[in-house]
Design a protein. Structure first.
Length: 95
């Protein structure tokens, strides 16, 4: 569980990041979860852009991805989701 100060720190750290994934019409299925897991393992903090043609709102997709990847939703800014999960070994971001 992230505190409000942790979320503020991570939001600030996410500003220069470019979205690493784009979510479109499809549902959150196994290949998307695998891609998010790989990105979180590599970077710990990622942005995901929800395209305008998506049937689900960003809030629902963020909740679904958080549950399936054991990540924390840092922020939802418009159609951009920011997720964080600390690396199990050698974390780069120390809270």
């Amino acid at each position: 569980m992230l505190t409000s100060k942790n979320k503020a720190f991570l939001r600030k750290a996410s500003i220069p990041l470019a979205p690493s994934l784009n979510l479109g019409k499809g549902a959150v299925d196994a290949p998307i979860v695998a891609a998010v897991n790989a990105a979180l393992e590599a970077h710990e903090l990622i942005k995901i852009r929800v395209l305008t043609n998506s049937a689900s709102p960003a809030e629902a997709l963020a909740q679904d991805l958080s549950e399936k990847t054991q990540a924390e939703t840092v922020a939802i800014i418009g159609r951009v989701i920011v997720l964080y999960r600390a690396r199990k070994k050698d974390p780069a971001i120390v809270l």
